[in-house]
Structures are given as structure tokens and as C-alpha cells.
Design a protein around this ligand. Structure first.
Ligand SMILES: NC(=O)c1ccc[n+]([C@@H]2O[C@H](COP(=O)([O-])OP(=O)(O)OC[C@H]3O[C@@H](n4cnc5c(N)ncnc54)[C@H](OP(=O)(O)O)[C@@H]3O)[C@@H](O)[C@H]2O)c1
Length: 258
């Protein structure tokens, strides 16, 4: 069985590829730049290489995305997904798995609107489908905390809830879903624990041996309300098992860079 993986060089793609191969899938991977081996060039924003990429594959695992890039996000995530779905339908692909984000239907941020629209494109297409919505990867939360502490203190809304999930565990779930066949529905997958932003931030500063204080700033409006009321978390089971503390130990160990 041959699978095409879009966005295969990204954070999730890098951990998905070895798992697919271990399960016996013949993998074709896409990137916008030429690479050797089982890679093909495809650009979802322009359509370059998309028809050729899906030719002869049994399944598509669609990971490519251009987060928070305004019109480019629309071009890649919505129009690009439509291009991919149409091309996959025309070449007889039997299953398309799309990875989305828990909360795209609840948290009114622009990137999420695009992801939700892309889910709808997938569901309306001719190819049998599965959507897996994952919560945030710990690396995303880590990057956000770095950004939030650029001015000194860690600035953030203490009551925002997050449920970080290890990308390797999301990759395992995706491979399982791909192998199980089309769900014609949406599955959610989250990490083992729901954390408040202030607790996550305190663990983060401790792991980095930093004394930065938390400067609480309430996120206003509907986005703030959605984030505080659990818009990014899910009760779905099964869940991942790797915790935020595991991520911090792996990343900062005993040395902890400030
Ligand atoms: N990060 C998270 O916390 C998180 C959580 C839940 C779900 N997700 C979802 O999981 C998926 C993968 O996330 P990730 O963190 O692995 O993303 P990532 O590291 O940003 O990788 C995304 C990939 O998309 C590809 N891409 C960008 N523009 C493209 C275009 N015009 N045409 C074709 N490919 C393009 C890029 O590949 P090239 O540069 O090689 O072309 C890039 O490697 C996304 O759909 C994201 O929404 C992410």
C-alpha cells in the first residue's frame, strides 16, 4: 500500500514517516523543495506537482499547512486542500486522512477558521476520509512561552487551558487511523492532562532554572472566553501518555537554558 504524506518535512511529518515505514507502508513524501529519495515536489498554493504526487497512491495523509500567514494560509490550507482532494478523487485514492486541531470549531482565531474550512472541504470531497483533531504539541507551547517572555516576565492569561500532546503519539494515532480505513468522521486526540497556563508557565520557568515572574494579562473577547473555558481541550479517549513534565525534562534536562 502506498501513501502520500504532504508536509512530510514538518514537525509531525518527521515523526510520522518512520512509523509508516515500520508498518509496511510505501511512503511518498511531499515538500516544496527538491529532496532525494522518496520525496516529490508539490506546492499546494500553486498546484505545482499535486496531480503527479497523488498518482498511483492508495491513501493520502495530509499534514501540510501554513499557519498564521493570512492569505497564504487560505491558499494553502483551504484552496490547497481542495486541490489535493480533487486530484486524489480523480486518481482513485481510497482514504484521505487530514490532521486538524482540537478547538477549530470553538475558538474564533483566523487560523482555526481556515482549518475548519479545510475539514469541510475534506468531508465534502469524493475521497473516503478521516479527520484527526489533535491538541497542541508541547513544542508549540514551549515556543509560545518563549515568545511571551521576550520582555522579561512571562506574560499570559493564567486561566487559559491547554492539553499538550506528544507529536510522536499523534503520529502513532494517525498511522492507526490510516490503517483502519475511512472513519467518515472526526476523532479528537489530546494529551494526558489539562493544564492552566500559569501552572504550565511555572513548570516551564522551573525547568529552565529561571526566576521570571508571571505577569497575568486577561485575553479579551470571544477568543479569551473560548480559551479559558476549555476550547482547546478534549475529553476524548484514548489520550497520549507523555506529559508536559516529560517534555520539559527531555528538553531542558538538568541544565536548563534561560
Ligand atoms: N503544531 C501543533 O501544535 C499542532 C497541533 C495539532 C495539529 N497540528 C496540525 O498538524 C499539521 C502539521 O503540523 P506541524 O507542526 O508538523 O507543521 P509544520 O512543522 O509547520 O509543517 C508544515 C509543513 O507544511 C508544508 N507546507 C507549507 N506550505 C506549503 C505549501 N504551499 N505546499 C505544500 N506544503 C506546504 C511545509 O513543507 P515544506 O516547507 O517542506 O514544503 C511544512 O513542512 C498541521 O496541519 C497542523 O495544523 C499542529
Amino acid at each position: 500500500m502506498r501513501v502520500l504524506v504532504t508536509g512530510a518535512g514538518g514537525r509531525l511529518g518527521r515523526v510520522v514517516l518512520p512509523r509508516l515505514r515500520a508498518e509496511g507502508w510505501d511512503v511518498r513524501a511531499t515538500s516544496r523543495r527538491a529532496r532525494t529519495g522518496s520525496w516529490v515536489v508539490a506546492d499546494l498554493a500553486t498546484g505545482e506537482g499535486v496531480v503527479e504526487a497523488v498518482a498511483g497512491v492508495d491513501a493520502v495523509l495530509h499534514l501540510a499547512s501554513a499557519p498564521n500567514r493570512g492569505r497564504q494560509t487560505h491558499r494553502v490550507d483551504v484552496l490547497g486542500t481542495r486541490r489535493l482532494v480533487v486530484a486524489a478523487g480523480q486518481s482513485g485514492v481510497r482514504h484521505l486522512v487530514y490532521v486538524s486541531i482540537v478547538g477549530v470549531d470553538r475558538v474564533p482565531i483566523p487560523y482555526y477558521r481556515h482549518k475548519l474550512a479545510a475539514e469541510q472541504v475534506v468531508a465534502a470531497g469524493a475521497v473516503p476520509w478521516t479527520v484527526l483533531r489533535a491538541t497542541q504539541f508541547p513544542e508549540f507551547l514551549d515556543g509560545m512561552l518563549r515568545g511571551a517572555s521576550r520582555l522579561g516576565p512571562v506574560i499570559g492569561d493564567p486561566a487559559v487551558l491547554a492539553q499538550p500532546v506528544d507529536p510522536g503519539e499523534v503520529a502513532d494515532r494517525l498511522v492507526r487511523r490510516l490503517t483502519a480505513g475511512p472513519l467518515h468522521g472526526i476523532e479528537e486526540y489530546g494529551g494526558p492532562e489539562v493544564l492552566r497556563f500559569d501552572d504550565a508557565a511555572r513548570a516551564w520557568t522551573a525547568a529552565r532554572r529561571s526566576r521570571r515572574p508571571l505577569l497575568p494579562v486577561r485575553i479579551p473577547g470571544g477568543i479569551g472566553r473560548a480559551l479559558r473555558s476549555g476550547g482547546l481541550v478534549t475529553e476524548a479517549t484514548p489520550k497520549g501518555v507523555r506529559t508536559w513534565a516529560d517534555h520539559l525534562a527531555d528538553t531542558y534536562g538538568g541544565t536548563g537554558a534561560r
